[in-house]
Design a binder for this molecule. Structure first.
Ligand code: IPE
Ligand code: IPE
Ligand code: MG
Length: 248
């Protein structure tokens, strides 16, 4: 029996899902093509997943699109990825507006090429009144970069006397991260069969449920998202308590 969105229990819906979209290069190789061919086909997966997340009522969807480590790839792949990003944002913004999707980015904005910055600013502004799904693109992002930035901000506040070291709490750290104001993802999905986090949201996924699928990103569709949500809903999230405590 295949899983559809009717199998999803509305009251147990994760409010935030994060996805490590991996496997584009391998998908392209399987199809006898260059890596960029896989990235191009990955855009359709993004479209489908954004649509699916909106349909079931997920509030936040974070997509890991480019890591700080990805800057070490060949220049022509980086250029092609950045070009694809500009094109996709340009082509999809109207449709996102129709679907009431807001856009946000997390990552080292300053390191992005000027045309990517410009297109992002434009799209974020176009979609700022939307209040359905919030789509968060992680671009030139890594968790260790994000945590270092947060520590710098906190350090400066201590130096200026605005903050005391004793006032550093989990909540205070949350507020200084790129994801300030966004709930932690309850569910983290990674495609392509790799079982690693690759420097994604290390602080925020402390208690996330992890879902690894062998599917390569260009083959991933909203039905796969629904399957991951159903799997998530079948799990017992204990947060350190015993099973018995949760029942009573
Ligand atoms: C994910 O696919 C996209 C990015 C990291 C930008 P990959 O490009 O990593 O594809 P594989 O993992 O080499 O197959
Ligand atoms: C993680 O994928 C980053 C993104 C999906 C953007 P990578 O393909 O870069 O990760 P590793 O190198 O396999 O860990
Ligand atoms: Mg990869």
């Amino acid at each position: 029996m295949s899983i559809t969105k009717d199998n999803i229990i509305a009251s147990k819906l994760p409010s935030h899902i994060a996805i490590i979209m991996d496997g584009n290069g391998r998908w392209a190789a399987q199809h006898g093509n260059e890596r960029i061919f896989g990235h191009e086909h990955g855009v359709e997966s993004v479209r489908s997943v954004v649509e699916g997340a909106g349909e079931v009522g997920v509030k936040y969807l974070t997509l890991y699109a480019f890591s700080t480590e990805n800057w070490s790839r060949p220049k022509e792949e980086i250029d092609a990825l950045m070009g694809l990003l500009v094109q996709a944002i340009n082509d999809e913004t109207d449709k996102l507006k129709e679907k009431n999707v807001r856009l946000q980015m997390i990552g080292d904005y300053e390191s992005l090429p000027a045309d990517v910055q410009k297109k992002l600013d434009w799209s974020i502004n176009e979609l700022k009144e939307c209040d359905g799904l919030t789509l968060i693109l992680a671009l030139s992002y890594s968790a260790r970069w994000e945590i270092s930035e947060a520590m710098k901000k906190i350090g400066r506040k201590i130096q200026s006397g605005e903050l005391k070291p004793e006032e550093i709490t989990k909540e205070l750290i949350d507020k200084h991260l790129a994801t300030a104001g966004i709930p932690d993802p309850e569910l983290l999905i990674r495609t392509s069969g790799e079982s690693r986090i690759s420097n994604f949201l290390l602080w925020q996924i402390a208690y996330s449920e992890l879902f690894f699928t062998p599917k390569l990103w260009p083959d991933f569709r909203k039905e796969d998202l629904f399957e991951a949500i159903c799997d998530f809903q079948s799990r017992e999230r204990r947060f350190g308590k015993t099973s018995q405590q949760l029942v009573s």
